[in-house]
Design a binder for this molecule. Structure first.
Ligand code: F0G
Length: 353
């Protein structure tokens, strides 16, 4: 039975006797060892952390459950967030579960269908903004400053606290921190959360080393790599279509303190990794999640030696979130036949015995 991150990691979280013990079963996601890609990359210890296995299909639930618990503890009446989709789906779900109204601002026309369907089904108040994520987040920050509504974007420290539990799980499963952690970067909260988690576990004596933090933005939405905000970010990976990340400095700190990198990958590299994860590993992730794998492939090609190294790629969200892209970008298209044996055999699927 999933006990949830609030109970499992209470000693590391801002949990008090007054904090409600909520859970939709978040956390305890699988760490799956690569079966094919690792061999091709000369990396015999490659793992994927499947955060798409969380209740709403992305890592956001880890932070959201803590943010909601603390909001309830503080007698909040409503929560609000801006989102490229997953945060809104998660806030909407916990809003339904806790009976706490969730208001979500999303960039109009830029949220993948599965995520929109979730927020609508869970019954959030959905505001479509004529503008991108960065504009929506600015609005949410101003609104929640002025009104009694709890901000649940990752600028709320409780979100980061919850999300760091994924780093704990990686160490719990491997028995030690990995050598490299590859992770997509959008608003940059997650890379900050993992780094915090790894540091806290080491300080508690539960691990003895720290991973190099390898963050990847999409080329058309790579403000941290470029060193300047991007006013009109563009990428096929809509979850990380962000031009002015809130945790920019935190991401730089994680990179520098860990000896890591923040680099970018092109949409073609993201799409290749996205297809490869599904067709070679059986892991259907969303395009933004594939940025971590695309980054690994890119650095391997550039000469990064992974022999004998333990590498973890964070697969942040489930591929079902973006079904339109899956169908339009698939190499394998369905074959149509008449319902007869003759027609089926004419395709040449198998030789007779
Ligand atoms: N992967 C997925 C699937 C995401 O949804 C996000 C962010 C990221 C990676 C990047 O994480 O922002 O902490 O650097 N999604 C946010 C949202 C922005 O609104 O759902 P980050």
């Amino acid at each position: 039975m999933g006990v949830g991150v609030l109970r499992r990691y209470k000693d590391f979280l801002p949990v008090t006797d007054a904090t409600p013990q909520l859970t939709l079963g978040e956390g305890e996601t699988p760490l799956v060892r690569s079966n094919r890609l690792g061999k091709e990359l000369g990396c015999d210890q490659l793992y994927f952390k499947l955060e798409g296995c969380n209740p709403t299909g992305s890592f956001k639930d880890r932070g959201m459950v803590v943010a909601f618990a603390k909001a309830l503890e503080a007698n909040s009446r409503a929560v609000m967030c801006a989102s490229t989709g997953n945060t809104s789906a998660s806030a909407a779900a916990y809003g339904a579960y806790c009976d706490l109204p969730a208001i979500v601002l999303i960039p109009k026309g830029e949220v993948a269908m599965g995520k929109l369907a979730q927020a609508m089904s869970y019954g959030a108040t959905i505001i479509m903004v004529n503008g991108n994520f960065d504009v929506a987040l600015e609005l949410v920050r101003d609104f929640t400053f002025k009104h009694e509504v709890t901000l649940v974007n990752s600028v709320n420290p409780d979100r980061i606290e919850g999300q760091k539990t994924a780093a704990f799980e990686v160490v719990d499963d491997l028995g030690e921190a990995p050598d490299f952690l590859f992770i997509p970067v959008g608003n940059a909260g997650n890379i900050v959360a993992y780094w915090k988690g790894f540091k806290e576990y080491k300080a508690a004596g539960l691990s003895h080393k720290l991973p190099r933090m390898m963050g990847f933005q999409a080329e058309g939405a790579a403000p941290i790599v470029n060193g300047a905000p991007v006013s009109n970010p563009q990428t096929i990976a809509s979850a990380i279509r962000i031009g002015n990340p809130a945790s920019w400095q935190g991401a730089l700190d994680a990179r520098d303190a860990s000896g890591g990198v923040i680099d970018s990958v092109s949409d073609d590299e993201i799409l290749d990794a996205y297809r490869l994860m599904a067709s070679k590993e059986g892991i259907f992730c969303e395009p933004a999640s594939a940025a971590s794998v695309a980054g690994l492939i890119k650095l391997r090609k550039a000469g990064l030696d992974l022999a004998g190294r333990r590498v973890v790629c964070i697969i942040t969200g489930n591929g079902l979130k973006d079904p339109d892209l899956a169908v339009t970008s698939a190499v394998n298209q369905p074959i149509e036949v008449e319902p007869t044996m003759e027609a089926l055999e004419s395709i040449g699927l198998a030789k007779p015995p």
